[in-house]
Ligand binder design. Structure first.
Ligand SMILES: C=C(O[C@H]1C=CC=C(C(=O)O)[C@@H]1O)C(=O)O
Length: 399
């Protein structure tokens, strides 16, 4: 059972009259329950750091004053004190998914771009060393889990077709949260888009109902059904993955509990298929003590969950800052929408690409616990990158 957004949709849209440049001032968010194409941006969050609550309050004040839909959409960075990409739209449309999905597979002469250069941070060797160091720190301190990420910066010989990319993601990842959010230019980079297909619901809230779907623990998805069933059985039976998952589901349940009169956290995880990977998954449902609880309070209590941070949170964040050596930016933050009633839906910003002209930036991470193997964690991040690389028609091993 999931939550639909406020019924303020005013029109239905097909991709046939959307161009790539149209996306630069529209925010798209499609989940199993929501189809939202927000356009005619009346305001956006200021660049620079600031308090997230006051930023969102200011945006709602602008929406009210201008008579716009009382909705804020966009993306919030991993560091919630850093600059978000949030918007007040003048119009919300409900895109027709069947048309988008058909469009993604329409025959065409489209030739996917080719990779001309790729920079990895850290290098594959250094990533493995960081994982080994993470495991060592877990052995000698209160630290129990941390998530370590990698970044790929890819130069292409031509711009990717983002309409096609979105259509492909919608076709292949029907259970995921598909998004395209405009990114402003900054001192170093041109304007662009944050595009992705996240399998993970951070939290949704409608009235007094709250829902979260923490994921942690991953195995490769195999196109052969028999081998895939074997992989899933292996994942369910893996003590390392079960522990990695339990840290996350427990933390999410505990963060939501103080807001709830009742909450259900299943004892056993299930398995969620997410394209090239399968994850251990727990669906957590709660009844809020007050329907006036603002989703922003839930978001700030939950984030960063151990699916992107670790346990204990502060020790994990310190270890990540020490071992990762790059700014996550919007990756591992959250993407979605909220309304002035405090309802909304935010997915964890995973399986994403920042696309700026012919440059794309991908990030993916893996949860490290006692017993994590550096080679396996590296392979896991390679598999997570495939969500976007395959949808873009790119082969990162081909350069
Ligand atoms: C951190 C990522 O995935 C998280 C979500 C699902 C499974 C995860 C894992 O098994 O490590 C991660 O916690 C990512 O995709 O970059």
């Amino acid at each position: 059972m999931q939550h639909a957004p406020a019924k303020i949709m005013v029109a239905e849209t097909t991709p046939s009259y959307l161009s790539q440049s149209d996306l630069m001032n529209r925010a798209l968010f499609v989940s199993p329950n929501t189809r939202m194409l927000a356009s005619g941006m009346a305001a956006c969050s200021d660049p620079g750091t600031g308090d997230l609550r006051s930023t969102i309050d200011r945006l709602f004040a602008i929406a009210r004053a201008g008579g716009h839909p009382p909705i804020v959409v966009g993306a919030i960075p991993f560091d919630t004190g850093a600059s978000p990409s949030l918007y007040v739209p003048r119009q919300i449309e409900e895109p027709l998914l069947a048309d988008w999905q058909a469009f993604g597979f329409a025959p065409s002469r489209y030739a996917a771009p080719k990779i001309t250069d790729m920079r990895q941070t850290p290098s594959p060797t250094d990533y493995r060393h960081a994982v080994a160091e993470g495991v060592k720190r877990i052995a000698g301190s209160p630290l129990e889990k941390l998530v370590l990420a990698r970044r790929l910066e890819i130069d292409l010989d031509s711009e990717p077709d983002v309409i096609r990319l979105l259509a492909t993601l919608m076709k292949r990842h029907k259970a995921s949260f598909i998004y395209s959010i405009p990114l402003a230019a900054d001192a170093e980079r041109d304007a662009g888009l944050l595009v992705g297909a996240s399998p993970e619901l951070l939290v949704s809230k409608r009235g007094n109902k709250v829902l979260a779907n923490p994921l942690a623990g991953t195995i490769t998805a195999d196109p052969d059904p028999k081998r895939n069933t074997r992989n899933i059985a292996e994942l369910m039976a893996s003590p390392k993955d079960r522990r990695e998952h339990a840290f996350t589901s427990r933390a999410v349940g505990e963060a939501l509990k103080p807001f709830c009169t009742s909450i259900t956290v299943p004892d056993e995880p299930s398995v969620l298929a997410a394209g090239p990977v399968n994850h251990l998954s727990t669906v957590i449902e709660g009844e809020l003590a007050s329907p006036h609880t603002n989703i922003l309070d839930l978001v700030l209590a939950l984030h960063p969950t151990p699916a992107v941070g670790g346990v204990p949170r502060n020790e994990a964040l310190a270890a990540i800052a020490d071992l990762e050596k790059f700014d996550r930016g919007l990756y591992a933050g959250m993407v979605g929408w909220c309304d002035e009633n405090g309802d909304g839906e935010w997915a964890v910003t995973l399986r994403c690409a920042e696309i700026r002209n012919r440059q794309i930036r991908l990030m993916a991470g893996a949860g490290i616990v006692a017993g994590s193997d550096p080679d396996a964690e590296f392979r896991e991040t390679e598999n997570k990158f495939k969500t976007m690389l395959q949808a873009l028609g790119l082969d990162a091993n081909a350069i």
